[in-house]
Design a protein around this ligand. Structure first.
Ligand SMILES: Cc1cc2nc3c(=O)[nH]c(=O)nc-3n(C[C@H](O)[C@H](O)[C@H](O)COP(=O)(O)OP(=O)(O)OC[C@H]3O[C@@H](n4cnc5c(N)ncnc54)[C@H](O)[C@@H]3O)c2cc1C
Length: 316
């Protein structure tokens, strides 16, 4: 079922979360150990992130180095199918522009259609570690809006090299957004204009980057509505659980901690102290978002379901 239908059919805020494909060699049953404890909160869908290749240099023994492409976390499509089969709920695979030609994107979309996947979160992807700026693959999509356009074309029966009007796909397409602005955007206005392009290209729901200040989300939603973006805007939440998160989350995700949160985090001496602060914060944030009719609370587990479960227990 489409995310938009799940939202329409639900009289209350929906619980959802995202999982990251594990490192190579991990069995599906091991992933389920992190998912099973979250199923009591009845998520109607689970997102599965996509991780592109990285480049490494391998010693060839003769003083020469060989550049090799390594994919550490493959399996987004396979995990999505396995999730749907095991839990009888929807999976939302993430699909990115980076590393894909348009032909490869079309092949991935055809596989997802065969598997009965109804929703896709369409993203550009970040630059790979060795690049300063994002470089699209030759013959690939440059921005998420272009990828959304390609999926929407397929929804209208327009494949890359032929028109197959009697066999269109019917994907519900999601896009990402940034209540604190995407780090590359010149300013919030241009970022919002680019978000509008994604919606105009066919995005039917929008998921935010994590944020810790609900006012930023509320302001952002207002700005979106003011420029005619009417689609559901799903808040993304991340429980802070370790001392490392204090420096890592703002740096990596380009987000701020509000002062009242940073004051509490500054007092923490151990991971346990941080977990307690993070959980209290997550619960308060969630309650306020629900009170303000957020359609879904989308949790970033980043492989750590326990903290999400502790928050969900208090909310759902
Ligand atoms: C909910 C969510 C889930 C994510 N999941 C994944 C994942 O699974 N795998 C992964 O690799 N990454 C993931 N990311 C990270 C994402 O790929 C990065 O944030 C990436 O840098 C931007 O992706 P986007 O889809 O928002 O890009 P876009 O919407 O293409 O925007 C990228 C930047 O380009 C600007 N821009 C857009 N269009 C134009 C234009 N026509 N001209 C000039 N500038 C333009 C935008 O303002 C923005 O600054 C996720 C992010 C979020 C919020």
């Amino acid at each position: 079922m489409k995310v938009t239908d799940h939202i329409k059919n639900s009289s209350q805020t929906i619980f959802s979360f995202e999982i990251i494909p594990p490192l190579k060699g991990v069995a599906f049953n091991d992933i389920c150990k992190g998912i099973d404890p979250l199923m009591e909160f009845k998520p109607p869908f689970i997102n599965v992130t996509y991780h592109r290749e990285e480049y490494q240099y391998k010693e060839m023994g003769d003083g020469l180095l060989k550049k090799i492409s390594v994919r550490k976390r493959p399996g987004t499509v396979g995990i999505s199918a396995a999730l749907m089969n095991r839990y009888k709920i929807d999976a939302i695979p993430h699909l990115i522009c980076g590393g894909f030609t348009k032909e490869e994107t079309e092949s991935a979309l055809i596989d997802l259609k065969f598997l009965g996947v109804d929703n896709i979160l369409a993203l550009r992807g970040d630059p790979i570690k060795s690049e300063q700026v994002f470089t699209p693959s030759k013959g690939g999509n440059a921005y998420a809006a272009d990828l959304i356009g390609q999926i929407q074309d397929m929804n209208e029966g327009q494949y890359l090299h032929e028109e197959t009007k009697n066999n269109p796909s019917n994907f519900c397409i999601g896009a990402a957004c940034y209540p604190e602005k995407h780090f590359e955007a010149m300013n919030m206005k241009t970022d919002l204009e680019h978000l509008k392009k994604k919606v105009d290209a066919g995005a039917e729901f929008i998921v935010t980057q994590m944020f810790f200040d609900n006012n930023k989300y509320f302001e952002f939603v207002k700005k979106c509505r003011a420029i005619g973006i009417t689609k559901p805007i799903i808040p993304g939440l991340k429980p802070i659980t370790t001392l490392k998160h204090i420096a890592f989350l703002p740096k990596f995700f380009h987000i701020d901690f509000p002062e009242s949160l940073s004051n509490e985090l500054n007092k923490c001496k151990s991971n346990e102290d941080v977990r307690n602060v993070g959980m209290e914060w997550g619960i308060t944030q969630s309650k306020e978002l629900i009170k303000n009719n957020a359609p879904v609370l989308h949790f970033y587990t980043m492989g750590k379901g326990t903290a999400v479960r502790n928050i969900a227990k208090e909310i759902f």
